[in-house]
Design a binder for this molecule. Structure first.
Ligand SMILES: [Zn+2]
Length: 343
């Protein structure tokens, strides 16, 4: 049956060959003679390897190997230099051979969902044209930070894995529109996530989050999913405040950061790159707007996000992290920030 289809395709110089759902255990070697082929669909079979003859398919732009029995990436893939779409969902892949990705520099779409991957090779960063990456339903414990150099990436799907955190470098994915990390073990989202001004859809449902990053509302989200997280709740209790004793470094840093605003120190400061590096980590108090370095009060602001973001969750109040410089600011009236108590 499959052989008949290949023969017919050979005679007609076909651009598309669809051998989906034909119970194939191997791909007929004659497929390698279809030099004009653009699309090869092999999904829903029992293929465990690919014949070397496929390397002759110089014009192939789409290869669908979804729902098969591949345990490793076939090396022949690296010869398919024009490939733009590669479907590998529903196989038995537990790791990806990095060498394959060195050559697929036209790849735009890569679907790896429903496999057994525990890591991703950092060589994925070579896929400079990649716009869509789906690794849902795997066993990833982390993602390589180098993945964040994929400047064209628009969609990143990492739901149903075992991720504990996201790399700080995520802020470099400036074209990202959709990010799904639903149903992982993430305890904290990196502050850098909030610089992704093109992000429209964020799905963090089913994680271990208790609070959101300070600049959450700077994101221009259209959809935001965050149900099933142990988010901080508003229960008012009284507490004892112990006034902080600032270190000499903190006092000096606050003084310098303040002076820098008025330019009086800027000129001298350029001779002290070490000091400048330290002060780069300064934050700004949400009440008095002055800068501080290492000593702060972590507070929470309960923000109603329904006005800004269309929601699916019935809850519309989310806890957002707020940093204050001192109890003096905390005790000032006119703000709605709450201290955090561990009960
Ligand atoms: Zn303050």
């Amino acid at each position: 049956m499959a052989d008949t289809l290949v023969l017919r395709a050979l005679r007609g110089n076909a651009k598309l060959l669809d051998l989906s759902g034909k119970k194939l255990r191997r791909v007929p070697k004659a497929v390698g003679r279809l030099r004009e082929l653009n699309r090869l669909l092999l999904r829903n079979n029992q293929i465990a390897e690919l014949p070397a003859e496929l390397q002759a398919l110089n014009n192939l732009t789409e290869l669908n190997l979804g729902n098969n029995s591949l345990e490793s990436l076939p090396e022949v893939l690296k010869h398919l230099r024009k490939l733009r779409k590669l479907h590998l969902f529903g196989n038995k892949l537990d790791k990806l051979s990095p060498s394959v990705f060195e050559w697929l520099d036209n790849l735009v779409f890569l679907n790896l969902c429903n496999n057994k991957l525990t890591t991703l090779p950092e060589e994925l960063y070579r896929l400079a044209e990649l716009k869509y990456l789906n690794v849902n339903n795997n066993q990833l414990e982390s993602i390589p930070s180098k993945l964040c150099v994929l400047q064209r990436l628009c969609e990143l799907h990492l739901a149903n894995n075992e991720l504990k955190s996201l790399p700080h470098e995520i802020g470099y994915l400036t074209n990202l529109k959709k990010l799904s990390v639903a149903r992982n073990q993430i305890q904290e989202l990196p502050e850098e996530l909030c610089v992704l001004r093109n992000l429209k859809v964020l799905d963090v449902a089913g994680n271990q989050l208790s609070i959101f990053p300070t600049k959450l509302l700077e994101l221009k989200l259209e959809e935001f999913y965050f149900e099933q997280n142990p988010l901080l709740k508003k229960h008012l209790i009284s507490s004892i405040q112990q006034n902080e004793v600032l270190t000499l470094q903190e006092i000096t840093a606050r003084y310098i950061l303040d002076e820098l605003k008025y330019n009086s120190l800027k000129a001298t400061f350029k001779y002290y790159p070490k000091a400048r590096k330290i002060l780069d980590h300064a934050s700004i108090c949400a009440v008095c707007k002055k800068s501080f370095l290492n000593t702060w009060l972590e507070c929470v602001n309960f923000v109603d996000v329904t006005k800004e973001i269309s929601m699916t969750s019935p809850a519309c109040i989310v806890p957002v992290r707020v940093l204050l410089c001192s109890y003096k600011c905390f005790n000032q009236s006119g703000h709605q920030y709450y201290g955090i108590a561990v009960l």
